[in-house]
Design a protein around this ligand. Structure first.
Ligand code: ADP
Ligand code: MG
Length: 314
C-alpha cells in the first residue's frame, strides 16, 4: 500500500511538473523577442532544439535587454550585473551570449577615469569638477582657464611638459575646484594625477614618522605624473615636514620635469614668510627660500579673485 502511494505521488508531481513546463513553453513561445529569433532562424531551429533549450530561452525572457528595465548600472537586475543576453545558435541548441550593456560600458569608462585620479582628503564634489563647468564670471578665472587649457594641450608624457600653476587667493574662490577640473581633463587624456590636501597629508606623515610606509608614500607622491598640492600654507609646517618631506618631493619633481600644481591662500612672498616663521633666525629663512625657489621653478602664479563660492552658490 505504502509503495503504491509513493508511486502515485511521484506521478502526480510529475504531472504537475509537465503542466508547469507546458505553461513555461507557451509563455516563452509567445514572447515577441523569441518569436523574432525563431522566425529569423526558422531554417535551423527544430522543435527538438527548442525543447532542449527551454531553460536558456526562459533565462533570456527574464533578463533585461537594451536596459529597458534598467535605472542605473548599480541597480541592474540581471544575473550578471551589467551584462545583457543575446540568443545565438550553438551547435544543436540555442544558447545565450552575454555582452556588456551600454550602462556598464559607460560605468567602466568612468571608473577607469576615476582610477586615474588618486586623492587624499579631497571632497568628492571637487573630484566631479570639469574645466567646461568652471564659471567664467571673473577675469582671474578666465586667465586661469586659458593657462589650464594651454597646459592640457601641451601636456605630453615624454616631452614638452609645461609648468604647473600656483593658484593663490582668498578662501572659497574656487582654487581647489580648479585643481579637480584639471585632474578630470587630464584623466580623459589618460594622464594620472594625485590630488592631496597638504595639511592633512603632512599631519598623517608626522604620525607615521620612522615607519617604512612613510618612505613608500613619499616615493609615490614624488613620482606621480601630475601632482597637486592643495592648500600649502594652511598647515603648521615644521622644519621636518618642510625640509625632509616637501623639499625632497619638490626637488625630485623639478629635476624630472614633472608637473606640480599648488593652491594657497598666500602669494609666493607671503608663503615664503610663512615657511620661514623665523623661530631660529637666518638659517630657517634660507631653507624657506630654497623651497620657494623650487615652487617658483615648478609653477606659474595665478591669482584667483571673486566672491566666496562656499556660501553663495549663485
Ligand atoms: P577654495 O579652494 O578657493 O577655498 P573651493 O575650490 O573649495 O575654494 O570652492 C568653494 C566652493 O565653490 C566649493 O563648494 C566648490 O565646489 C564651489 N566652486 C568653486 N569654483 C566653482 C566653479 N567655477 N563653478 C562651480 N562651483 C564652484
Ligand atoms: Mg581649497
Amino acid at each position: 500500500m505504502e509503495r503504491i502511494n509513493e508511486t502515485m505521488s511521484k506521478l502526480f508531481q510529475n504531472d504537475k511538473f509537465q503542466l508547469r513546463l507546458n505553461q513555461m513553453k507557451n509563455e516563452i513561445l509567445q514572447n515577441p523577442d523569441i518569436q523574432q529569433f525563431l522566425n529569423q532562424h526558422h531554417d535551423r531551429v527544430t522543435g527538438d532544439m527548442i525543447d532542449r533549450s527551454l531553460n536558456k530561452l526562459y533565462e533570456y525572457i527574464t533578463q533585461s535587454k537594451n536596459c529597458q528595465k534598467c535605472i542605473s548600472f548599480d541597480r541592474c537586475s540581471n544575473m550578471i550585473k551589467g551584462y545583457e543576453p543575446t540568443l545565438i545558435i550553438s551547435g544543436n541548441s540555442i544558447d545565450l551570449q552575454y555582452d556588456k550593456c551600454n550602462k556598464k560600458i559607460k560605468y567602466d569608462e568612468q571608473k577607469k577615469q576615476q582610477d586615474l585620479i588618486q586623492s587624499i582628503n579631497i571632497p568628492s564634489e571637487i573630484l566631479q569638477a570639469t574645466v567646461d563647468q568652471v564659471a567664467l564670471d571673473d577675469n582671474s578665472r578666465l586667465k586661469a582657464v586659458h593657462l589650464i587649457q594651454d597646459f592640457i594641450e601641451k601636456y605630453d608624457k615624454d616631452k614638452n611638459r609645461g609648468k604647473g600653476l600656483f593658484f593663490h587667493g582668498p578662501f572659497g574662490v574656487g582654487k581647489t575646484y580648479l585643481l579637480g577640473a584639471i585632474a578630470n581633463d587630464l584623466a580623459s587624456k589618460n594622464v594620472s594625477t594625485m590630488l592631496i590636501y597638504l595639511p592633512e597629508f603632512l599631519r598623517e606623515l608626522k604620525g607615521s614618522f620612522q615607519d617604512q610606509s612613510l618612505n613608500n608614500k613619499i616615493e609615490v607622491v614624488k613620482k606621480v605624473s601630475v601632482l597637486m598640492l592643495d592648500d600649502i600654507g594652511a598647515e603648521s609646517m615644521t622644519s621636518w615636514t618642510r625640509d625632509e618631506i616637501l623639499g625632497p618631493i619638490l626637488q625630485y619633481r623639478m629635476l624630472e620635469n614633472l608637473p606640480t600644481f599648488f593652491t594657497s591662500n598666500f602669494s609666493y612672498d607671503q608663503l615664503q614668510h610663512h615657511l620661514s616663521y623665523s623661530q631660529r633666525g637666518e638659517e630657517e629663512k634660507l631653507k624657506a627660500a630654497r623651497i620657494m625657489e623650487r615652487i617658483k621653478y615648478l609653477t606659474i602664479p595665478v591669482e584667483i579673485t571673486g566672491k566666496n563660492r562656499r556660501y553663495d552658490k549663485n
